[in-house]
Every structure is written in C-alpha cells, then in structure tokens.
Design a protein around this ligand. Structure first.
Ligand code: PBG
Length: 352
C-alpha cells in the first residue's frame, strides 16, 4: 500500500476524519496551542523576556580625536576616540542602555603591557569624561593585557610560556588605575589563576573597596573571539590561549573556576561565550547565589549579522531569539554588541 492510499480523509467542521486503525480514539487531552492563539495571550504566559537594564554594550576606545572607524568584521561597531565615544554614548543612553564595558586600543604596546595601567590611556580618559559629563551609565572596565602587549598574550611571557604569578601584580595595578579613573566594575578577562584575589587586594589597598568585580570566571578558548581580536588588535603573535583559557570540552571545570573566583571575592561571574555554553550558564545559575552574566561574543554577533546581510536569515529575529535564550538559561544580564538595537526593539514592543 502506498503512503497516499493510507492517508485518512481530512476532517471538516461537520465530519469526523476517517480514523486510522492505529490512531487514538480520543481528541488531545491537553492543547498547549490554546495559549498561543493571540499575541496578548502569548505575552500573558511568556516566561522570559529581555529588559533594557539586562544589557551591557561593549565598546572600543582608542587615542586621538574625531576617530570613528567601523570594524570591518563587526557591522555597526566602531573604534572611537574619547570625543566621538561621548557623542555615541548620548544615543546609547537615549536608547535606554545603562551599562557599557570598554576595551582599549593603546597608542603603544610593549612586552610588559605597561600602557594597561597608564592613567592617560584611552579607557581611563573615557571613564573620566563619562563621569565628568555625569552620563547615566554603569562603567565596566575589562582588565586584561592582550590589547597592551606586543606579543598579544593576556599575561607576561618568558619564551613561549605565559607566566601566571608575575602577571597578577600587573593586573592589580591596572584595575586600580581603572578604578581611579571612575570604573564602577572591574572585569578581569585574562584567566590567570588567583587574579581575583590579587585585584581585590589591590583595589582595597587603594581605597576602592566599593568597586565591584565581575570576573570572566568561565572563559573558554573560543574561535568565536575572532572578530574581537581584529577589532582590538589583540591576536596572539605566537601560539594560542589554550594554556590559560578553558577547554570547550569541559563543563565541571567551569563550576570549579566559578567557585574559586567567588571565594577570591568576585561579586558577579561571567560565562563566555554564551550560546555554545548555555549548559554552563544554567548550572551556574542553579548552583551559585551571585549575579550571573553571559557574554554573547563578537563571533556570535558577527555570524548572525553576516547571515542577515546575505539574506540567509532575519538577523533581528535571530538576535532576539539568541538573547532571550541566554536569559532563559539563567543569565541575569548579557554583554552584547546588539545592546542598543535590542533596547530599541524592546521599546518598540518586541515582547508585547
Ligand atoms: C581579552 C578579551 C577578549 C574578549 C573579551 N576580552 C579576547 C580574547 O580573549 O582573545 C572577546 C570578546 C568578544 O569576542 O566579543 N582577553
């Protein structure tokens, strides 16, 4: 018998379909579709949404003036000098985004990353200007050496080895310089062991006991950082980051990293990247009583934007679907290059 011959007749309002011998005799006991019939009903029963204050906008700041270079691999994202950054921040604030994280592009790099703790570097200058203008923004400082070292690694190096303990002092010093400039939150992303304790001690000793730490606690050695390294000019000049960032194959180890960072004084923890690691986001949310952030990184952003530009998918819908999935997994807030657009879509009633 062919498939066509075995198909039962379609039901109409007045007739019952001819029942296939193996079909149940009853109608469905439960009809989840009832709650999907109208937009109002769907919004009534919606379990998760994104709020504008869940969004943190990562931005890149360099020296000079009147600079606004679009980053080729990250559509709609730019390298700004402090003056153009301030102009851009007006529109960011207007969109209702209330937190930013800044990454710096120093004028000069060396083996020791000394520009990372220079008070006159682009990031401290930007924080001072933002605080002077009293912009309503939580200012987060990424703390890492890879943008400041000529070898592009996140720590000091000896030969091909990335040194752990000697790096801690430089990170602490960098954190203090950024807090001095007005950073509200210090976010170490280097993945050296013991950095949270070192940074906490450094901040406290400098009178910054109220500056919070958001640690990139579970940061994986990910291919999805590709566009960022292009944006921040921070690709390692030899080797890769697998001796300090985590192996994507490991889950339990992330819980250990998170526990250690909390013990050392992290006020909040981050999982990075986001989408390939939602299982980690979920477990961390269940197991630890601190705010959990997820970083929807450059490669996750650019892949969707590129597919959208090719007409392969609807980038706006794909992006909002990803962001709400990150919330559903348990993230309290999300670092995303889509922050401003998402805030605008939320205002236009995306979740209504
Ligand atoms: C610095 C740092 C990186 C990112 C954030 N902080 C790059 C890296 O580890 O190579 C990546 C962010 C992104 O891809 O959006 N260590």
């Amino acid at each position: 018998m062919t498939h066509h011959q075995s198909r039962p007749k379609l039901a109409t309002r007045n007739s019952q379909p001819e029942r296939h011998p193996s079909a149940p005799a009853t109608v469905p006991l439960s009809r989840p579709r009832r709650l999907r019939t109208t937009a109002l009903l769907r919004s009534l029963v919606r379990e998760n949404s994104i709020e504008k204050n869940d969004l943190i906008f990562p931005m890149f700041v360099c020296g000079g003036a009147r600079v606004k270079n679009e980053i080729a691999s990250m559509p709609g994202n730019f390298q700004f000098s402090v003056d153009t950054l301030l102009q851009e921040l007006e529109s960011v604030c207007k969109a209702g985004v209330s937190a930013i994280i800044l990454f710096g592009l120093p004028d000069r790099k060396d083996a020791f990353g000394t520009e990372a703790y220079s008070a006159s570097g682009p990031v401290p200058s930007a924080f001072r200007a933002i605080k002077k203008e009293k912009l309503p923004l939580v200012c987060i400082a990424d703390v890492c050496l890879c943008e400041y070292t000529d070898h592009g690694h996140c720590g000091l190096v000896e030969g091909e080895e990335i040194l752990n303990d000697p790096t801690l002092e430089v990170l602490a010093r960098t954190a203090v310089a950024l807090a001095d400039a007005g950073a509200d939150i210090i976010a170490p992303s280097d993945m050296m062991d013991g950095r949270v304790a070192a940074i906490r001690a450094g901040l406290d000793a400098a009178g910054h006991e109220n500056t919070a730490i958001l640690s990139y606690a579970a940061k994986y050695a990910s291919a999805f950082y590709g566009p960022f390294r292009n944006a921040a000019d921070s690709a390692p000049q030899f080797g890769d980051r697998r001796s300090y960032q985590m192996d994507p194959a490991n889950g339990r180890e992330a819980l250990k990293e998170i526990a250690l960072d909390i013990q050392e004084g992290a006020d909040m923890v981050m999982i990075k990247p986001a989408l390939p690691y939602l299982d980690i986001v979920y477990q961390v949310r269940q197991q630890f009583p601190v705010p959990v952030a997820a970083y929807h990184v450059s490669g996750e952003f650019s892949a969707i934007m590129a597919a959208g530009q090719n007409g392969w998918l609807d980038a706006e819908r794909a992006m909002m679907e990803c962001l709400v999935a990150i919330k559903r997994a348990g993230a309290d807030f999300i670092l995303t290059y889509y922050a401003r657009q998402a805030a605008q879509l939320i205002d236009q009633g995306w979740f209504r």
